[in-house]
Design a protein around this ligand. Structure first.
Ligand SMILES: *Cc1c(COP(=O)(O)O)cnc(C)c1O
Length: 432
């Protein structure tokens, strides 16, 4: 299978190049040249298959030209080490809990797949993964790549600007994970990483790659839990709608990929906080990026969603079809907190602020079509990851799960780095 750039259909590359490069040279996003449709027999039987068995079929359909059956098995086994349970919160309304992985957020699925796929494609060649993070990406990538042979991960983060829990999730592992604490802000970290990718002299000495969220190796595996969820929903003859809490729109794009592969999903809700560029677009405003606005669902504070052109590409550029399939929704922080309180009071279910945005989008959609749909909202992180907001919302202490507590007990190991590219380069060369 070849992968083309959303900016130029005739520019296509191998799987290896798409994964190692991440972004196309023309700044486009890579897309599979063909979206395979799974056979009817798969959909007739998938409710009896395990998550991993489903994963092998789906990943096999996309990657079987490039990977052996054993490699596909290994890749799926490495990725799907934890469950993604459906919890019925109200009649016909389910939470798909995607936070049972090592860093308690859905990004674990993509990060684990990405690390394993890179090590398979590189086949012993050593590579350095450079990541600039403002918090969540660093933890998912560090944990996803921890212990993967041949891969050195270097994480740059702004000193004093990430939460203690986030910092502990990527500074306590050691091994092949190095954390550099930069005397600067996130944009400085990002700038140094970009400069390294443009540095020809450095590229001659080492293979550098990124594991950011637009990489197909992080994007594609996110379709797996949509297949799994649909396979486990009650068979009540109703149509299915998924509500996806969105920032960069990779997660929603992966749901649409599943739909294009034949999964019976009738509609999607693109749910955002006040960063509502895409909901506005779906209502008829021309698409244009805006500065991001800070909210309590901060992992979705994105003003220029990088996967937007993937949404279009999945419907072959047909904007009317995209708008017919995806309904936009957005809400304020106040409404988000009110939903968290109401659901806890009515059903004892605690949503994190991101999941709560999607819950509201789902309620809004289902109210317009009474009795027609079974609805699923994606619960993308454990509420404990946003303890401060959760405690403020409920006005009471919230106990962290043991897995998060365990991170806090680890010892931070990070090297201080001045806000200076030359120092970063010296560091990278010294590690070779
Ligand atoms: C990254 C993230 C999102 C947004 O996902 P996108 O794929 O960027 O739309 C939503 N919720 C949480 C908790 C996240 O970490």
């Amino acid at each position: 299978m070849k992968f083309y750039s959303t900016n130029n259909q005739s520019h296509s590359v191998s799987l290896r190049d798409a994964v190692v490069k991440g972004l196309a040279p023309d700044q486009g996003l890579y897309m599979p040249e063909r979206i395979p449709r799974l056979p009817d027999t798969f959909f007739e039987h998938f409710s009896e298959m395990s998550f991993q068995e489903i994963g092998i079929e789906v990943i096999g359909a996309i990657f079987s030209d490039d990977l052996s059956t054993d490699q596909i098995r290994d890749l799926v086994a490495h990725t799907l080490q934890f469950d993604a349970p459906l919890v019925e919160v109200e009649d016909d309304l389910f939470s798909l809990e995607l936070f049972h992985g090592p860093t308690l957020a859905f990004k674990d699925f993509g990060a684990r797949f990405c690390s394993k796929l890179m090590s398979l494609l590189l086949d012993g060649q050593e590579v350095k993964v450079l990541v600039a993070t403002s918090g969540d990406t660093g933890s998912a990538v560090a944990n996803g790549f921890f212990g993967v042979e041949g891969v050195e991960v270097v994480i740059l983060y702004p000193s004093g600007k990430v939460s203690e829990l986030q910092e502990k999730q990527f500074t306590t592992l050691g091994g092949n994970i190095t954390a550099l604490e930069v005397d600067g802000v996130f944009d400085d970290c990002q700038r140094m990483v970009k400069e390294a990718f443009l540095d020809k002299e450095l590229q001659q000495q080492m293979v550098l790659t990124s594991a950011n969220s637009i990489n197909i190796a992080r994007w594609i595996p996110q379709c797996l839990y949509y297949f799994y969820a649909v396979s486990r929903l009650p068979k009540n003859g109703k149509k299915t709608v998924f509500s996806v809490p969105s920032g960069n729109f990779g997660n929603l794009a992966a749901g649409i990929l599943a739909q294009r592969m034949g999964l019976p999903i009738d509609r999607f809700v693109a749910a955002t906080n006040s960063n509502n560029v895409v909901p506005d677009y779906l209502e008829g405003t021309p698409f244009s990026a805006r500065p991001s606005i800070q909210t309590i669902s901060n992992s979705m504070d994105v003003g220029n969603p990088s996967n937007f052109y993937r949404l279009l590409a999945l419907y072959d550029g047909d904007e009317a079809l995209l708008k017919a399939n995806v309904k936009g929704f957005y809400c304020s922080d106040k409404a988000t907190q009110a939903a968290m309180i109401a659901v806890k009071a009515a059903n004892g279910y605690i949503m994190d602020p991101h999941g709560a945005v999607a819950f509201l989008g789902l309620k809004d959609f289902m109210a317009a079509y009474p009795e027609e749909y079974t609805g699923v909202f994606l619960e993308t992180a454990h509420p404990g990851k946003f303890r401060k907001v959760v405690e403020e919302t409920f006005g009471e202490p919230f106990e962290l799960p043991a897995r998060l507590e365990a991170f806090l007990k680890g010892e931070k190991k990070a090297s201080a780095l001045p806000n200076d590219y030359a120092a970063f380069k010296t560091f990278l060369v010294s590690k070779t």
